[in-house]
Write a protein that binds this ligand. Structure first.
Ligand SMILES: Nc1ncnc2c1ncn2[C@@H]1O[C@H](COP(=O)(O)OP(=O)(O)OP(=O)(O)O)[C@@H](O)[C@H]1O
Length: 247
């Protein structure tokens, strides 16, 4: 099966700081990949590079076989937009527009892109809000919502553009513990629907349950990669053990 995402020898430096040190991995259609690892190991930078929120210093990223960047050379602007359109991203701090209602947040990008008519966009926002359990919040502003509700709006918003791949950057790290469950349930449902996802997370139980594969990043490298059983169940993986039982 061909890859949804293929990353080869990816390098990123901020000045003299090497944040990604020749990282290589791929993601198959329908696969759920959890990325774990210590703070500062490069997880966010890797994820942001996939959607061109960061420009890498070297290596290649192919999305559905198309080169976003190949051996450090980026595609043209129009091609970059086309290639990254396959991906939706959900951030730790939700990044909702405070001056727009929940429905406004969902409908802004599709209305701007004008790929669908207004009626279809409205129908879809209604459907997606009910999918994330927020049908009754359409006309409310984000400031009226809990963190868990905001994150569910952000997920629905990401789904509005029909992405083939969803990327999550610590989606529950900004939430009170009692609100993480409602967000993880939505992500779990997407996994059951075979959405291709990369999830950077500190929720180890969730990674173990939902991921097909776990990538453990340490100091800008992929230190280990394998099934949850291989990563969490193997006492030989010293770097992973040190991380998991650091407290
Ligand atoms: N814009 C930037 N300029 C300079 N250094 C940066 C920048 N962004 C990230 N870094 C550095 O790159 C390294 C990797 O950061 P990154 O956010 O990717 O790590 P992370 O594994 O996601 O960490 P966390 O779990 O804390 O979010 C860190 O040392 C960070 O300070």
């Amino acid at each position: 099966m061909s890859s949804m995402i293929e990353v080869k020898q990816l390098q990123k430096s901020f000045g003299s700081l090497d944040v990604l040190k020749k990282i290589t991995f791929d993601v198959k259609p329908g696969e759920v990949v959890a990325v774990i690892g210590p703070s500062g190991s490069g997880k966010s930078t890797m994820l942001r590079s996939l959607v061109y929120l960061e420009e890498v210093t070297g290596g290649s990223i192919f999305i559905q076989g198309k080169p976003l960047v190949e051996n450090g050379k980026y595609a043209s602007g129009a091609d970059i937009r086309g290639i990254t359109a396959a991906m939706g991203m959900v951030f730790q701090h939700f990044n909702l527009f405070p001056h727009l209602t929940v429905r406004g947040n969902l409908e802004l990008a599709p209305r701007t892109l004008k790929r669908e008519n207004t009626q279809d966009i409205t129908a879809k926002s209604r459907e997606l809000l009910s999918k994330v359990g927020l049908a009754d919040k359409a006309e409310v502003y984000p400031s009226m919502l809990s963190g868990g509700q905001k994150q569910r709006v952000a997920i629905a918003r990401a789904l509005m553009l029909n992405p083939d791949i969803l990327l999550f950057d610590e989606p529950t790290s900004a939430l009170d513990p009692e609100l993480t469950g409602e967000v993880l349930r939505v992500i779990r449902q997407l996994a059951e629907e075979n959405m291709t996802m990369i999830i950077v997370t500190h929720e180890m139980n969730f990674a173990r349950d939902v991921a097909d594969r776990v990538i453990f990043m340490d100091n800008g490298e992929i230190a280990e990669s394998g099934t949850p059983e291989e990563i969490f169940g193997n006492p030989q993986l010293e770097r992973t053990r040190t991380f998991l039982y650091r407290d």
